[in-house]
Every structure is written in structure tokens, then in C-alpha cells.
Write a protein that binds this ligand. Structure first.
Ligand code: GTP
Ligand code: MG
Length: 200
């Protein structure tokens, strides 16, 4: 049995966006689309791979690994999932950060087939100013978000996790984020991945 390659297309330039999202490029593929958003190194590509149980997206210890938007067919749930570049990492050159922010912002505001955005925060410190800015931008477009706390294996105890979850909910109290839209994951914790998958 041959497994079909889930990779669809890479979007590297804002000029390509209308061609992809408006001219029916995605017709014939599973609809709708989910996007992974978050700071560089937060674990977007790793989570995508864990969800798909396949190494489709590139992962690295060095922030700035994902440099464009990559779309994959997520057959198991009948949707398309997009891995985006990260934002807000001081060690990523300013010019590159600017280009990526433009690409991320333009894509999110133009893709009317975007059903939801998964915004990932590092569970060790919760949302940064960059994260809040990104969250506000996404909500302003009227797109539902799910907040995902990543790398929860780095929090030692169950009570550390519970406390962080409470803190994050408090930090998000001004936004339309409900407790049921807050998830936590560790890529090696299959249960956390399975729970998120079931809710996508
Ligand atoms: N401990 C731990 N490490 C993780 C987890 N998820 C990702 N990582 C690590 O975090 C680093 C960054 O992961 P990526 O998935 O490349 O992060 P990204 O958000 O896609 O980063 P950019 O593409 O640079 O924006 C890698 O070294 C991963 O192995 C997790 O759940 N637990
Ligand atoms: Mg990445």
C-alpha cells in the first residue's frame, strides 16, 4: 500500500495569496483550513507532525526553521492544516521577522476558507506581548481560535500545570477564549495529542 504524500503547496510570498485562496486552488482538496500560529520555536511544526503521526513539517532547535506557509492534507479529520513561520524571536533577523509577519498577517486576513487558528503559547511562560498582539489580530478577523499550551512536559508537576492554565485563562479574560478552547500538549504525550485531534 502506498501512502499519499500529504504535502500540497508552499506559500512564500504575499503576492501568491490571492491565487491560492481566492482562485479555487484548494478546490478538490479537503476543506476547510486550520492554521498553526505562534512564536518561533514554540512547537508548531512539532505539533503538526504529532497530530498527523507523520514527519511532514521540519522541526529544529533553532528558532526560524519554518520560513514560509506549508499546506498539508490532514486526511484523518478531512481538513487542510497549514504550518506557518513563527514571530517574535529576538535572534531571528529583524528583516526576516518583518517579512514573515507580513506573510502571516496577509494570509490570515485573506483566507476566507480558514476555519480556525491554533495559537500556540509556551506553557513555561504563558502568552507574551507578541502572542497577545497576534491573538488580537486573529480575533479581529473574526476567526475562531484555539489556544494551545505547548511543551507541558517542561512543567514538573500536575499542580504547576493547573496553575499555569489558570494564569493563562486570566491573562485571556478580555478575549473570547473559553476554558474549553484552551488545550495543553506535549508532543510525546499521546493522550494530549489525541484529545486535541478529537476537538479539531
Ligand atoms: N520538550 C519538548 N520540546 C518540544 C515540544 N514540541 C516541540 N519541542 C521542541 O521545540 C523546538 C522547536 O520546535 P518546532 O516544532 O520546530 O517549533 P516551531 O514553532 O515550528 O518553530 P519555527 O518553525 O522556528 O517557528 C524543537 O527542538 C522541538 O523538538 C514538546 O512538546 N516538548
Ligand atoms: Mg516550524
Amino acid at each position: 500500500m502506498t501512502t499519499k504524500d500529504p504535502f500540497i503547496v508552499t506559500l512564500a510570498d504575499t503576492a501568491q495569496i490571492p491565487k491560492l485562496v481566492k482562485d479555487g486552488f484548494f478546490m478538490g482538496y479537503a476543506q476547510p483550513r486550520i492554521a498553526m500560529v505562534g512564536r518561533s520555536n514554540v512547537g508548531k511544526s512539532s505539533l503538526l507532525n504529532a497530530l498527523m503521526q507523520q514527519r511532514v513539517a521540519r522541526v529544529s532547535q533553532t528558532p526560524g526553521k519554518t520560513k514560509a506557509i506549508h499546506f498539508f492534507v490532514y486526511e484523518k479529520i478531512g481538513k487542510i492544516i497549514a504550518d506557518l513561520p513563527g514571530y517574535g524571536f529576538a535572534k531571528v533577523p529583524k528583516e526576516e521577522q518583518k517579512d514573515w509577519s507580513k506573510l502571516i498577517g496577509s494570509y490570515i486576513s485573506q483566507d476566507s476558507g480558514l476555519e480556525q487558528v491554533l495559537i500556540l503559547f509556551d506553557s513555561r511562560h504563558g502568552p507574551t506581548d507578541d502572542d497577545i498582539q497576534a491573538l488580537e489580530y486573529i480575533l479581529k478577523q473574526g476567526i475562531p481560535v484555539r489556544v494551545i499550551l505547548t511543551k507541558t512536559d517542561k512543567l514538573k508537576t500536575q499542580s504547576d500545570r493547573a496553575r499555569r492554565k489558570k494564569e493563562v485563562l486570566a491573562a485571556l479574560s478580555d478575549y473570547q477564549v473559553l476554558a474549553e478552547d484552551l488545550f495543553w500538549v506535549s508532543v510525546d504525550d499521546q493522550r494530549s495529542i489525541e484529545f486535541l485531534r478529537k476537538n479539531l
